[in-house]
Write a protein of this length. Structure first.
Length: 437
């Protein structure tokens, strides 16, 4: 974490990327902690020159942030994330809880020092910056969901569950609900806000299809995504979601957490995104549904190698949660749920929020580093774009240099022997936003 902070402070420079490589090495040399740590890349082509690989900008357009709400995060952290992701052409996620309409328009009052009267609590701003989240989330509590909120979205996400705490809904402790947060969520200050685990209007795929229809009705230009938890049987659910006209299916792994959940909710819960992604990708293929929906994955992605492995398993977009917060200054104090974050990221305490160190440039720099790492890996593999390797699980194999008692009998074919898509790439053409016609 410290090496990443140092790299980001150097900016997108040779010195910064050298420090980022130290961070990459520290992640890769850690003890085996995830399924992807048991995998390595296979090569079926000769390497190519780096300048033949697609641009970092093209890759970053596939990046998103996790669904972290304003309330779980401070205004400073939430708005900085959105501005940074918008700068690189990605999509930030509002999380459940609404969004201030003041964020819907580009900034035009930024002075030469990067300050704006509109967002006086932020720094490092530029004229033209946009603080709105491209993805607006709708959860069972409907906190902050208004017609204006939905119309401001490029994509609307139906939150069916949380990867870090499956079986529970969103929750925000009362001490985080101040006057501003309560106003956005159409609630009262000091009241704990919980979204019930099941949507009050979704008890079947048919009910989900009706909500997707309704959201397409209110904003026909916005795609609708459905957030599912990585767990056994997710493939069957995803097949129904695809038939229900969802534009995007999000698979959320157990890694990470939120800035509001008690530790008892997120410890020892959930499954790895690798299992969920592989099951969904395979099931949709077997039922001729893969071309109907784009797959996005999140849950502990930390490096470009993580992104590439997810792409090889079938993911087309990639969400960053905890690591994006680290990029803007999180020090992993692990007291998010107490409202006492010492660097002002997961707190509504005004005294602590003044300590927030991040700027949009920090987010941009991190995503640039990740994109450059992906470009270098693609060059080594001999491919010119991420699009060319999506679903190519034949380029993955179990690591031969790993010998762990717990994994000796583990069969990784489930995540490495996926449908053969080497020649058939038509399923990647998803077309425009699904219509209700």
């Amino acid at each position: 974490m410290k090496s990443l902070h140092k790299a980001i402070k150097q900016g997108n420079s040779k010195e910064g990327y050298d420090l980022y490589q130290l961070y990459m090495e520290s992640v890769r040399s850690r003890p085996i902690t995830s399924l992807r740590d048991l995998l390595e890349l296979d090569f079926d082509r000769e390497p190519i020159e780096l300048d033949q690989v697609e641009s970092a900008e093209s890759i970053m357009a596939r990046f998103c942030t996790g669904g972290m709400s304003l309330g779980a995060l401070s205004r400073e952290a939430h708005e900085t994330l959105a501005i940074g992701v918008n700068r690189v052409g990605g999509k930030s996620n509002s999380g459940e809880g609404g969004e201030d309409p003041i964020r819907f328009e580009p900034l035009s009052d930024v002075d030469g020092d990067g300050h704006s009267p509109t967002f006086s609590h932020l720094k490092g701003l530029r004229n033209g910056d946009l603080a709105t989240s491209a993805i607006k989330q709708v959860a069972s509590g409907r906190f902050g969901v208004t017609p204006e909120y939905l119309m401001s979205a490029k994509q609307i996400e139906i939150k069916m569950g949380q990867g870090a705490k499956p079986g529970e809904g969103g929750q925000l402790p009362g001490k985080k609900v101040d006057d501003y947060i309560a106003g956005l969520r159409l609630s009262k200050p000091g009241v704990t806000l919980i979204s019930p685990p099941p949507h009050h209007d979704i008890y079947s795929i048919e009910d989900l299809a009706q909500l997707i229809f309704d959201l397409h009705q209110i904003n026909p230009e916005a795609g609708v995504s459905v957030k599912l938890v990585s767990e056994v049987g997710i493939g069957t659910v995803a097949a129904g979601v695809a038939k229900a006209n969802a534009d995007v299916i999000q698979i959320s792994g157990h890694d990470g957490g939120t800035g509001a959940s008690p530790l008892s909710s997120i410890k020892h819960a959930g499954s790895p995104w690798e299992l969920g992604l592989a099951e969904v990708h395979r099931t949709l293929f077997e039922n001729n549904l893969r071309d109907r929906t784009l797959l996005r994955v999140d849950g502990g992605l930390k490096t470009g190698l993580d992104v590439l492995i997810a792409a090889l398993m079938g993911a087309e977009e990639f969400g960053f949660g905890t690591i994006a917060m680290i990029a803007e200054g999180c020090i992993m104090a692990r007291i998010c749920h107490t409202n006492g974050c010492p660097v002002g990221i997961t707190t509504q305490n005004e005294r602590l929020r003044k300590k927030f160190p991040g700027t949009p440039d920090n987010i941009v720099t991190f995503f640039q580093f990740v994109a450059e790492e992906i470009r270098m890996l693609l060059a080594k593999l001999g491919y010119k774009s991420l699009q060319e390797v999506i679903g190519r699980a034949d380029l993955l194999s179990p690591r031969a240099d790993v010998s762990l008692e717990k994994s000796e009998m583990l069969n990784l074919n489930f995540i490495t022997k996926l449908p053969n898509v080497k020649s058939n790439r038509n399923w990647l053409n998803h077309g425009a936003v699904n219509s209700n016609r």
